[in-house]
Design a protein around this ligand. Structure first.
Ligand code: GSH
Length: 215
């Protein structure tokens, strides 16, 4: 059985949960409490020396880094594919996903937010810092979505949910959590609405994970 060490509210964990669910594979939840710093405990560092969520046990191996995990899932379980068929479209889809995975998420990660708080002397989340990177990335994504005349309006690219949604939906969750104004992004909001009706996304949602408050 596939095991995923993850935390309900972690965006990178949420990505992998969506990818696993879109692939329709069974997996087991291994909670890793980031607030209690379980990701820095010896037992987890033995699995992932980087001490970040998530990590996955699959085919007798331990993998970490969510992009590497998702690429592995794509190759290991090719159907349904998270990527379009032709190589230019694949590169375009990866660019949309990386716009979030490389250029929004890392700047708003827990340890970066803690560093910003320490540098500024603030003891609350630096909301303007968080919004700045989300707004910059979402503006670019909204432009790409608007330019694409061939996509289904409920989907980021083409006609099936895939890699971009794995990255986008957790980033929207974070944007809402940190009260970022989503009004300027109607195309992104429509995709979010559409995904929220599908079991693969519903079952990956932070609020329904076993380690979420109230579960
Ligand atoms: N590039 C890594 C980033 C992993 C990452 O930053 N995970 C966050 C949770 S979303 C984490 O473990 N943060 C704990 C910390 O910053 O101390 C990936 O995509 O897996």
């Amino acid at each position: 059985m596939i095991k995923l060490w993850n935390y309900f509210r972690s965006g990178t964990s949420h990505r992998v949960r969506i990818a696993l669910n879109l692939k329709g594979v069974e997996w087991q939840y291994q909670p890793l409490n980031l607030v209690e710093r379980q990701h820095k405990e010896r037992a987890y560092l033995d699995l992932n020396p980087q001490g970040l969520a998530p990590a996955i046990e699959i085919d007798g191996e331990i993998l970490f880094q969510s992009p590497a995990i998702i690429e592995y899932l794509e190759e290991r379980f090719p159907e349904p594919s998270l990527l379009p068929d032709d190589i230019i479209s694949r590169a375009q889809v990866r660019a949309m996903a990386m716009l979030i995975g490389c250029d929004i998420h890392p700047l708003n990660n827990l340890r970066v937010l803690n560093a910003v708080k320490a540098l500024t002397g603030q003891d609350t989340p630096p909301l303007d810092w968080i919004a700045r990177w989300i707004e910059e990335g979402f503006s670019a994504l909204e432009t790409l979505l608007a330019r694409d005349e061939n996509r289904n309006p409920n989907i980021c690219f083409g006609t099936t949910h895939g890699l971009v949604e794995c990255y986008l939906i957790p980033q929207i969750y974070a944007a809402n959590r940190f009260k970022v104004d989503m009004n300027p992004y109607p195309l992104i909001r429509q995709i979010d609405q559409a995904c929220s009706k599908l079991p693969a996304f519903q079952n990956a949602h932070p609020d329904v994970q076993p380690d979420a408050p109230g579960q």
